[in-house]
Design a binder for this molecule. Structure first.
Ligand code: S3P
Length: 436
């Protein structure tokens, strides 16, 4: 499938982004381990979160939905999961595979998990090594580094582990495994990554404590079911935040966005670039701060970003490069080598595709050097998502200010995290067409 995007004369209106992807996965998994019925509203019906539901069903969990964002998970407790009869398929979803590996490590049976070609290339040793240290036996290609992975869990011992990379997926996998170990598991992060697992596990009654960069969890305690309304995903909102900033005639309101401080790096950076962004906090939803965000046309300037902000905006870097490509002056993005092991090698692919549109962007080992085109403009042309949802949507945002239409090949991948993306673009007045 391909998406044809025509640059619109203006961008105006309001939209509600889909439910947060990270929270949707976690609410379903924790609900499956709890004793009783978890009700999730606002669940992201993207392919990744559907992969998590499918795998949980293979493990014998009774799940109803999603119906219009509502999912009911009838959890029967920590010991209730069953040996899957077939291979678990995580599709394109790193979160599904890594978090479920943590759960499977705690199960006294054999299971196999795999995913699509992209996921089978992504590093899993960062999860399988510490899980092996807890007592799980895990086999995979390249010495347990690559899926398909088979795992024989059970009899876990608690672990104190200092993570070499900041990864919420690794942290969450180990916290979930820690639920099955007697005593206290302690995970120490190099810098803070998203903390949705900590919040949800706490809401479910887990014995979990956060002390600086350390998270402690005491295992073998029953979990309570959750009732949760998932806030909107700031990683989805980010496409419209950048669109509003770079388009010369834009006023966009994005409603009910998750404002968890471990996720709001994109707001900090866009504001530092001169983005006209106003946030109206609206209290809490699902144990997370939420609010509405209004963005209007802005005169952006280049920035340097690196260090602790990177995990707080890692998924937003593809679209942030679009903002930088149109800003005044240079932008340097460093400390982001993790981008090379996402759904695609995002450093190579983002640079390659934006260059096709006329951006002055150079790939570096751990990020980008971007010389803003202030005054100049991007050219509409044919570009490719390379099966990477966030790259595809970032290119669609670039298309909004390009000269002439842009064709984004492989646009079906946008449904991984944002099935309504093209519809929401149209809602703001953009002429978009999906073609086979
Ligand atoms: C996620 C964590 C991040 C992020 C991914 C979702 C999560 O990955 O890029 O899209 O839900 O925990 P890492 O843990 O690999 O940094």
């Amino acid at each position: 499938m391909q998406l044809v995007v025509k640059p619109p004369p203006f961008l105006a209106g309001s939209l509600r982004p889909p439910g947060d992807k990270s929270i949707s996965h976690r609410a379903a998994i924790i609900g499956a381990l709890a004793e009783g019925t978890t009700v999730i509203e606002g669940f992201l019906e993207g392919a990744d979160c559907l992969s998590t539901l499918r795998c949980l069903k293979e493990l014998g969990v009774d799940i109803e939905g999603p119906h219009e964002g509502r999912v009911v998970v009838r959890g029967k407790g920590m010991g209730s999961l069953q040996e899957p009869e077939t291979i678990l398929d995580a599709g394109n979803s790193g979160t599904t595979m890594r978090l479920l590996l943590g759960v499977l490590a705690g199960q006294p049976y054999y299971s196999v998990i795999t995913g699509d070609a992209s996921l089978r290339r992504r590093p899993m040793g960062r999860v399988t090594r510490p899980l092996t240290a807890m007592g799980a036996r895990i086999w995979g290609r390249n010495d347990g580094e690559l899926a398909p992975l088979s795992i024989r869990g059970g009899n876990l011992q608690p672990l104190t582990y200092t993570m070499p990379v900041a990864s919420a997926q690794v942290k969450s996998a180990l916290l979930l495994a820690g639920l099955f170990a007697p005593g206290e598991t302690v995970i120490i992060e190099p810098c803070r990554s998203r903390d949705h697992s900590e919040r949800l596990l706490k809401a479910a009654g887990a014995a979990i404590k956060v002390e600086g960069l350390a998270v402690r969890i005491a295992g073998r305690k029953p979990l309570r079911p959750l009732t949760i309304s998932v806030p909107g995903d700031i990683s989805a909102a980010a496409f419209f935040l950048v669109a509003g900033c770079i388009h010369p005639r834009a006023t966009i309101t994005i409603k009910n966005v998750n404002l968890n401080p471990t996720r709001t790096g994109i707001l900090d950076v866009l504001k530092a670039m001169g983005g006209q962004i106003t946030v109206t906090p609206l209290g809490e939803s699902g144990g997370e701060p939420v609010g509405d965000i209004r963005v209007t046309s802005s005169s952006l300037r280049g920035v340097e970003i690196g260090g602790e902000v990177i995990p707080r905006l890692i998924d937003e870097i593809p679209v942030l490069t679009v903002a930088a490509a149109l800003a005044k002056g240079e932008t340097v993005i460093r400390d982001a080598a993790e981008l090379r092991v996402k759904e695609s090698d995002r450093i190579t692919m983002v640079a390659r595709e934006l260059e096709r549109m006329g951006a002055n962007i150079q790939a570096r080992p751990d990020g980008f050097l971007i010389k803003g085109l202030k005054g100049g403009s991007l050219q509409g042309t044919v570009v490719d998502s390379h099966g990477d949802h966030r790259l595809g949507m970032a290119l669609a945002v670039a298309a909004l200010v390009a000269e002439g239409p842009t064709v984004i090949k492989g646009s079906e991948c946008m449904a991984i995290s944002y099935p309504q993306f093209a519809t929401d673009l149209a809602l703001l007045g953009v002429e978009v067409r999906e073609e086979e």
